[in-house]
Design a protein around this ligand. Sequence first.
Ligand code: BGC
Length: 441
Amino acid sequence: MISGALKAIEKDFELSERDLRKIIKGFHSEMRAGLSGRPSSLRMIPTYVDRPTGNERGEQIAIDLGGTNFRILGLTLKGRGRISNYYVMRFTLHKRDITSTGKRLFGFLARSLKKFISTNKIHTCKKINLGFTFSFPVKQSGIANGKLTAWTKSFSASGVEGNDVVALLNAALKKEHIYNIRVAALINDTVGTLASRSYSDKDCYIGVIVGTGTNACYVEKVNNIKSIRRSGKNTGDMIVNIEWGNYNKLKVTRYDAKLDKESNNPGAQMLEKMVSGKYLGEICRIVILDLVEKGALLGGIIPKKFKQCGYLAGEFVSQVLADKTQYLSGIRRLMCDAGVRDQSLNDRKTIRKICGIISLRAACITAAAMTAVITKIDPKIKNRHTIAIDGSVYEKLPEFANNVNAELRKLAGQSSTRIRLSLTKDGSGRGAAILAAVPAG
Ligand code: BGC
């Protein structure tokens, strides 16, 4: 019984090479549509910035907001790709900071910056350019402005969607009497990751995040971006924020459909809901519940806590997959914590298998999406490509990085030797600080 039910689930989540090639093709067509202003699930947002040259210099500060933990950092750019004097402070936002009002959220950011300034004894009379990493979809018309299109992840503060987040932050800084620091660059975390790696690696044209959310950016010819072409600038390169989490031409299982229906943004961010850390635990919970209801797991007794939406976090999947003990004692502990005392080794094996299936699918989709972006830049993969990547799923989910690499090898064949995934830790903030030093073009 159990193996039959599990096999069916495995089949539901399986993506064949053909399915993955379909994703690559779908990505290409949605990328082209997005770039030329036609309806597309890929927003293809122009960022009004190119990769840094590596020669930028000076003291810089950046605020990096993308989740409930945000960072403020300072560094000195020394030219020739060198960075020194890197210091960082971490802050935690509470649920009410991200779900009540924009005023509260930006007020918190400004007060945190004030703390950062006094702790690190930063001059308050010298003019300082601030890089602002804001890891949500924004519509930009310049490097230092951007209107939030729609909140993602668990953010919902009112008065921000449709408004310029740079203006909101600058106003909050003024309110805190910070007059010498102004936002010079608004960037996405993927853009920061790309900028941070490419400051010293000239083969890097792609930045990827697979963490709480997922997304990528890459360097495109300005001539291929319709909204920019119209403004008269049609030479050179520009980083484009793909917002790939919203890609929606994917095979959807009934588990994904349930998760989507119960989410706070139904119909949106479908790829993100299959790949990112915010959702992996929830897919797992829905699948486990289904098997228990079918009487195929935990003796058919539904653990009370498992009935709660969002009860299982992404870390659950990581911890389950990290358990290499003979009797899966780590999983036993996790299940006991969830109030499940009555469990067999077979139950634990099944839970492990479910987590493996869900995580493998996430890696396959990530590899297909990466291949699509590489081949958009370089169809025959003739050149070397470094993909700057960061995020808790990529860094911490056991086997995820290996699975992505293995799938890339399948999809790119021989050429995959020219593709290198490079973990770029904290690149999102560092990249913002670097880009704040790039003169506006
Ligand atoms: C956001 C992106 C961001 C990604 C990774 C997504 O939810 O829409 O802008 O880059 O998360 O943080």
